[in-house]
Design a protein around this ligand. Sequence first.
Ligand code: TYD
Ligand code: MG
Length: 469
Amino acid sequence: MSLAAKSRNAFVCQACGAVSKRWQGKCESCGGWNTIVEETGFSGVGAASMRRSAPGRPVALESLAGEGVSPPRIESGIGELDRVAGGGFVPGSVILLGGEPGVGKSTLLIEACAAMARRGRRVIYVSGEEAVAQVRLRARRLGLADAAVELAAETCVENVAATLREGAPPAFVVVDSIQTMWTDAVESAPGSVAQVRAAAQALIACAKAGGAAIVLVGHVTKDGQIAGPRVVEHMVDAVLSFEGDAAHRFRLLRASKNRFGPTDEIGVFEMTGRGLAEVLNPSSLFLAGRDSGAPGAAVFAGMEGARPVLVEFQALVAPSTLGTPRRAVVGWDGARLAMVLAVLEARAGLRLGGHDVYLSVAGGLRVSEPAADLAAAAALVSALTGSPLPADAVHFGEIGLSGAVRPAIHAGARMREAAKLGFARAVAPPMEGEAAETPLRHVTVTQVAEIVAEIAGTSVRDDEAARDG
Ligand code: TYD
Ligand code: MG
């Protein structure tokens, strides 16, 4: 895709930023409908860079082996946030924080601002969505009204940039949100791809010049795309996303791109009546209220990025009155459930074809790891047979189509987390090295039929005893 710098009129998809020569109902690049808008000033930014430039001069080339200095960091003191950012924010860097409206982005950032200000840094919070009074009201509700955060309600990027250049250079700046920012240099409407891109460019220049770490807030659409700001993802140094839904209190902060840190860290928060609280032990949050004596419940020792998180898989299996039995799944992949059911039928002889099957991950977490297969299978078998699983067991392992249970990564971290929370055994495939040396008793499974025999064993024997007697 070229910037189409020559044509003054371009048709730009507002969802993905693709440029086409004529208007179309459907964007060929992302498949979105009615997302293409004509943008007259589109070449405004590109055109400036297309002017005839002076002849280049050679730059000094260096070797890879040279001195590497790790960048300094400014910490907010909110551990979960600093860790996801890579150990604090790097001066001069720009971070995009995406999330659905209402998830708590503004709340998190005003808390971060207040924490930074209390550590004696100059902090500026620019809101393009709310009036100063509204921001103050939230801060008061959060008990942060006394923090020395400087507020502005402004949407013009040139004004924001001028404000940031004035006085002592700020260390931390929040721009909430990038979609509300506009610049005179581009003629199209605020929120359009061209405006968002130009505004981000101006703010990135500000960060580089002034040395502030700037956080840009970006709203995402339901399908998880950072609408409009998708096009600034490649321009910024880090992209963080804030996830969670209104029905549950917990919120996850993840990095999907980070030039200055890892992308497998997650931060866990809980939305309370007084703002976001850090959750230092997410497993205990997800296992709270667990009914461990009930059949159909299996604890999965999972990983969220580099962090072990224990969650409960709950299954319900009931005879179906429908021609095509119902399969419903919440928090896990429906196709994966279908596969596990098929393997249980084909490799362990279970009859599930005449049953409705419901599977849910408790607490509202979305699990996407293949290692969850074994926990799902255990929950399903337990629900079908009516025999509860041992309350002190965790499960993990990937199930193949042959019925073989394959090892999962980070087995050691999963086992240690389970031991920390008082579990005594891990039902998992064979493992080597450090994972084998944990206080948990390791119940090895190599075939899915073994776990079926283990769980169903008692109840099958009871049935037989009942028939015999
Ligand atoms: P907000 O930070 O405004 O979300 P965003 O900026 O991502 O759109 O938070 C919105 C929700 O958070 C709102 O529905 C109310 C809730 N909330 C609380 O539950 N407790 C609080 O202390 C605050 C400030 C907000
Ligand atoms: Mg907001």
